[in-house]
Design a protein around this ligand. Structure first.
Ligand code: ARG
Ligand code: ZN
Ligand code: CA
Length: 233
């Protein structure tokens, strides 16, 4: 299984009937560009980070102006996803909508595709797309982060300072989520390495996030091969 791992993307825009949340094709393309830059390693500084080998290709955009869906996506999420979802396990379905304040996005994991194929996908708040109104979270890395979950990654602070942490060897242990962009934080001082504050799988500000590690790339490729990529089917 060799790179690139090309992921077809279908974006479903759930908006209000007055046009709120009806993000433009331009901003959807910008979000896909951010995904490609992030997964190629373009935001990394110095020797950190890697090209994960994943590439994203927009294949369709569907639009739905519906006040009930936009007003409470979570209440309607099973209906919405089973009506709109396209493609097989390899197709990334992204739903943009309004989410409760504080919630930026969420995702399903590769393992759940087999039992709940129609629910598979990523939900992101529409104002987190690049150039959106969400303060500190409008560079498009909510998309980057949620797609990390969709490809099998946990948060860097998963299991705190306890083994097995996030199941990735080259991300140091971390007691809890980072907020903002704390410099030099070391929340598991008895264990090697400072907190992975600038990792895409943390909760830091978008402008603070720079990379996935090689271990995370390996985990995503393994999950792609096992659950999503063409040789999995
Ligand atoms: N809190 C969300 C989650 O757990 C997303 C966090 C995204 N962070 C960001 N800087 N955009 O999936
Ligand atoms: Zn997350
Ligand atoms: Ca780790």
């Amino acid at each position: 299984l060799a790179p690139p791992y090309t992921v077809p993307v279908v974006v479903h825009v759930i908006s209000a009937e007055d046009g709120r949340g009806d993000v433009s094709d331009r901003r959807i393309r910008d979000q896909i560009d951010v995904l490609n830059r992030a997964y190629r390693g373009d935001y990394a500084r110095g020797s950190e980070g890697t090209d994960t080998g994943f590439r994203f290709e927009l294949s369709a955009v569907t639009r739905h102006a519906d006040n009930a869906w936009f007003g409470d996506f979570n209440r309607h999420r099973e209906t919405i996803r089973s009506r709109l979802r396209q493609g097989g396990p390899e197709t990334l379905n992204v739903y943009t909508t309004a989410l409760d304040s504080g919630l930026l996005g969420y995702s399903t994991f590769p393992q759940s595709y087999a039992n709940h194929p129609a629910q598979d996908g990523v939900v992101i708040a529409y104002d987190t797309l690049p150039g959106g109104e969400r303060d500190r979270f409008n560079e498009g890395h909510t998309g980057t982060h949620e797609v990390g979950h969709w490809l099998g990654l946990f948060h860097t602070f998963q299991n705190g300072c306890q083994s097995p942490g996030d199941y990735v060897d080259d991300t140091p242990y971390e007691r809890e989520a980072a907020a903002g962009c704390p410099k030099g934080r070391n929340s598991c001082p008895h264990l090697p390495g400072k907190d992975p504050v600038t990792n895409f799988m943390n909760y830091s500000d978008d402008l603070c996030m720079t990379h996935f590690t090689q271990g995370q790339a390996r985990r995503m490729i393994d999950h792609w091969a096992a659950f999503r990529g063409s040789d999995a089917r």
